[in-house]
Design a protein around this ligand. Structure first.
Ligand code: PLP
Length: 964
């Protein structure tokens, strides 16, 4: 009998066999189709020898899912979860279990892409419009966006929005000193390169004096203040407006269920974080921040905005409105570089509000504020001076000499308090606070262990409210039925399911998006994220309680250093664009450190992603656009010319590699040399690292800095448009200029509100690298190259691939050129994208980086079966276009122009089209077994931008549409 080899058997336990879609036989077949003998031979034919890594990655051998989970369990166990009373913008919350399991742990939600394709994204856009309504209603403002990265960056975006919009010509932004310190840190970072003067005024008197003087274009206050007090800012708003400046309020949505909202005090822009609406601390993120503002500013508001439009059948339908991909249109004139935001967390927060409703939220807030009042009364009984007379959930105590003893007691009871710069202590209560917690706090603050403690019930009868009557909210909010219907678990469960069912995410189909690597987000990678040891650590918890996070972060940094060939990595940026910003700030600070502050020119090829010029602009750089040659390569001669022309002023070149055109440029090493010869630095946009990991390292071929997108190459799911992590990786000479830690030292300030940005999703990338190991990562890259070339090759008889590199091969993505077909038949790339919906596919990237094209990136995770399904759909679509060419289908009334087809339309008694219903709905026989029905027909973009409407649709609108 044949004897099994243990080693062989074990090989099949490897995670890489699950992560990589095609099996060995499929790989062999696809290699034959593209005409190469092995993955190595294919790689050699694609990747220029000048950049290829000689040695394999120095990473540990791959481990199985079981082993990796055990390893990360050990690491998680080194974190200590203390009771948090720290506050400062982050509060304990109960994630409703129904939301935890059915949103946060549900691939139908977390694997979705940004809703650029409106027809297959109606569910998540409804959730986001609920989020916008939530933020606008509670702040008392007219309009709110669909999330920003964190409260600190939201405040910075408000500052620049105010600068753009205020009539005042002042260059100063005035900030009340009792604002969350991390917000002030981010404001400092953002203000300096733009030449904005930040005036941070600590005392109330000095603040009012500065207000009266009027030398500012905008003013920011925190309400409730960082140390807890609340005040009516209406008078101040009038003063601010009398100086033609804008009034910005950073706020707390839970507090606003009880407090007079900023919108009723004259605020122009309101920002904040929705973390405490059911999203755990996560050691700092991810959480959804928001911006709400007056309607007048909607066209210059940063971030994405969901709006209501109509579809081809006249029914209401959601779409991304106004700023959709505005970086790609306005580039260096964009209002901000925000691309990936925090959609998944915004969806969670919105569902928290849907679940609790206005009364439930107010009840949670009333309980928090009642416990705070009782706590304050008890502390006074114990002889403490509570600094402020007003509060919502936060008390500030001037403990004097007793401070150290109190903190030691708190530690002994596994509780964390906040210590402010002036030595005072702050306590913040939240939804999770119990009577026992209040009693514990009294014990911690008692003069001695034997001291008698107050009684919660006795004080409940006597303790006065801390919210003054004049600040009590009288206006209603969240009156829309969606916030008043789904309060039982069954109702919410079914509501969430009904939304998810409207959408296409990766749990149903490949999402072949060029530039936005949509690969497998393995379940094993996701599991640790919701463990309490990762989820429940406050970002400002003492470092010794976060030892596990430390280990995880250091380990991941080291692995990313190895994968990229750089020397140091910062995990602080919470999106790719934030990583770009951090990298360019490092370059800027480096030039300054060498007395070359005048270097301000940033060369950017015209094919670059729109965030590149937008980030450069935020660093105060001047963007010079360079050309692309006929083969889609960056034009080396044009770079040389510009580098020479601006030699004295050259700060950086930003280049994407392999290029956004899907090719490995042969001349990249020479390009780096040219830039260096003129004193510039090379920034390589690392969004395309999925074509490089284990094969070549930017840090070794002459690049100085890159950002990575962990939410592309390293398996963090897209979440429908966030969260993300955009690590900034640099060579050693730039390492001193990475963003500093909160409270730390450094030349470059914080780019995100928390030291480690979106820390709680780092386990996903860690698990990926550990399970794949060097061998798996390299193989993943090779199969990504194979899959892209297989698609290009199989589609070659039907569609032209716009650009190819050496040997006629593409990199990990290919651009299909539909422009010739448009000329011949009137069918454009958008029609093909919409027709793919009838086949159950999410369209490839539409019209980026070249208008009129589709960019396809299949990734290594798609099996040959899935690739063939996609290819079959694309061939059938080509046949339909051919039928138009040949006059067999009408030029106007054809399945492409009318796509996508809804069930309502196909099943209507009347069918007036010039082609059969079968062709509309079931163009391939396989669709009879599994059919996705889009919930709306093609969405009207022009109507939506003309009639901007960004809150929940009045119920009557549906009735009218149904009756029509
Ligand atoms: C995705 C992407 C970015 C921006 O990343 P975000 O995380 O969305 O901010 C930048 N450059 C390229 C080439 C990209 O594909």
């Amino acid at each position: 009998m044949n004897r099994d080899s243990l080693r062989q058997l074990e090989h099949h336990d490897a995670f890489l066999e699950r992560h990589i879609g095609p099996n060995d036989a499929e790989i062999a077949h696809m290699l034959r189709v593209v005409g190469h003998d092995s993955l190595d031979a294919l790689t050699d034919a694609i990747v220029p020898a000048s950049i290829k890594s000689a040695a394999p990655l120095a990473l540990p051998a791959p481990v199985t899912e079981v082993e990796a989970i055990a390893k990360i369990r050990d690491i998680a166990g080194k974190n200590q979860v203390f009771r948090s009373f720290i506050g400062q913008g982050y509060y304990g919350t109960h994630t409703p279990n129904v939301i935890l399991r059915n949103i946060l742990e549900n691939p139908a939600w977390y694997t979705a892409y940004t809703p650029y394709q409106a027809e297959i994204s109606q569910g998540r856009m409804e959730a986001l419009i609920n989020f916008q309504t939530l933020c606008a209603d509670l702040t008392g403002m007219e309009i709110a966006n669909a999330s920003l990265l964190d409260e600190g960056t939201a405040a910075a975006e408000a500052m620049t929005l105010a600068k753009r919009s205020a009539k005042s010509r002042s260059n100063t932004f005035l900030v009340a000193g009792d604002t969350h310190p991390q917000t002030i840190e981010v404001l400092r970072t953002r203000a300096e390169p733009l030449g904005i003067a930040l005036d941070i005024v600590r005392s109330t008197d000095a603040f009012h004096a500065a207000l009266a003087k009027g030398d500012y274009f905008g003013v920011l206050v925190q309400y409730p203040a960082s140390s807890g007090w609340i005040e009516d800012w209406s008078r101040d708003a009038e003063v601010i407006h009398s100086h033609n400046a804008l009034f910005v309020v950073a706020t707390d949505l839970l507090a606003l269920t009880l407090l007079k909202p900023p919108g009723e005090m004259g605020a122009d822009i309101v920002v904040g974080n929705t973390q405490r609406f059911g999203v755990p601390f996560g050691f700092g993120g991810p959480h959804a921040a928001f911006m709400a503002c007056k309607d007048a500013f909607k066209r210059s508001m940063p971030g994405r905005l969901i709006g209501v439009s109509i579809d081809a059948e006249g029914k209401p339908a959601y779409r991304l409105t106004l700023q959709t991909r505005e970086q790609h249109i306005r580039r260096e004139k964009a209002t901000s570089n925000i691309c990936t935001a925090q959609v998944l967390l915004a969806v969670m927060a919105s569902m928290y509000a849907v679940y609790h409703g206005p009364e439930g939220l107010a009840r949670i807030a009333r309980r928090v504020t009642r416990l705070t009042a009782i706590l304050a009364a008890g502390l006074r009984e114990l002889g403490h001076s509570v600094v402020h007379a007003t509060a919502f959930d936060t008390l500030c105590i001037d403990a004097g000499q007793a401070g150290e003893r109190i903190l030691a007691r708190a530690r002994a009871h596994r509780a964390n308090l906040r210590v402010r710069g002036d030595g005072s202590l702050c306590i913040s209560l939240d939804e999770t606070t119990t009577r026992e917690d209040v009693a514990l706090l009294w014990r911690i603050f008692a003069p001695s262990d034997e001291a008698a403690l107050p009684s919660v019930d006795a004080l409940d009868a006597t303790a006065p409210e801390l919210i003054p009557d004049s600040l009590r909210r009288t206006s209603k909010y969240l009156q829309h039925p969606v916030f008043n219907t789904h309060h039982s678990e069954h109702e919410l469960l079914r509501y969430m399911r009904s939304l998810a069912d409207k959408d296409l995410a990766m749990d149903r189909t490949m999402i072949p998006l060029g530039s936005c690597t949509m690969k497998l987000n393995a379940t094993a990678e996701m599991i640790p994220v919701t463990w309490p040891e990762f989820a429940n650590i406050h970002p400002l918890a003492p470092p010794e309680q976060a030892a596990g996070y430390r280990e995880l972060i250091e380990s991941l940094e080291a692995m990313l250093v190895e994968c990229t060939g750089y020397d140091a990595v910062s995990l602080q940026p919470n999106s790719g664009a934030q990583g770009e910003y951090a990298g360019l700030l490092a370059i800027r600070a480096y030039h300054r450190s060498r007395g070359e502050a005048h270097r301000d020119i940033c060369l950017i090829p015209d094919s670059a992603h729109g965030t590149n010029p937008a980030s450069a602009q935020m660093c105060g750089m001047t963007v010079v656009v360079t050309k692309t040659d006929a083969n889609g390569n960056v034009d080396v001669e044009d770079i040389r010319r510009n580098a020479e022309k601006y030699s004295d002023r050259l700060a950086a070149l930003m280049v994407t590699y392999p290029s956004t055109h899907g090719v490995f440029e042969e001349d990249i090493v020479e390009i780096c040399d040219i830039v260096h010869a003129h004193g510039g630095q090379v920034y390589t946009d690392g969004a395309n690292m999925n074509a490089l990991v284990g094969v070549a390292k930017p840090g070794k071929w002459g690049s100085d800095v890159s950002h990575l997108n962990l939410h592309k190459t390293f398996c963090i799911p897209h979440g429908g448009g966030g969260p993300g992590v955009g690590p900034c990786a640099v060579k050693s000479h730039l390492a001193p200029f990475l963003p500093k830690a909160f409270g730390g030292e450094g030349d470059v300030g914080m780019v995100s509100a928390a030291t480690f940005g979106s820390a709680s999703i780092l386990p996903i990338s860690w698990m990926y690298v550990v399970m794949m190991g060097a061998e798996g990562l390299r193989r993943a890259t090779q199969v990504a190259l194979l899959n892209a070339n297989y698609i290009a090759k199989r589609l070659a008889p039907h569609y032209k691939t716009l650009y190819t590199g050496r040997n006629g091969l593409v990199a990990h993505e290919c651009i299909l050129d539909l422009r010739p077909l448009k000329d011949a038949t009137g069918v454009g790339a958008e029609d093909v994208a919409k027709r793919l919906i009838d086949f159950g596919f999410h369209a490839p990237t539409l019209s980026f980086p070249v208008s009129g094209t589709l960019m396809v990136e299949p990734t290594e995770s798609e099996s040959q079966h899935e690739l063939d399904r996609f290819i079959d759909a694309m061939i059938q679509i080509r046949d339909e276009i051919r039928a138009i060419e040949e006059g067999k289908l009408d030029r106007e009334d054809n399945p492409l122009k009318n796509a996508p087809h809804t069930a309502t339309k196909v099943s209507a008694s009347e069918w007036t089209h010039a082609y059969p219903r079968e062709l509309a709905a079931f163009p391939l026989a396989s669709l009879r077994q599994a059919k996705y029905w889009p919930p709306v027909a093609r969405v009207d973009n022009v109507y939506g931008d003309k009639n901007v409407m960004c809150a929940c649709i009045p119920v009557d609108a549906y009735k009218e549409a149904a009756d029509a």
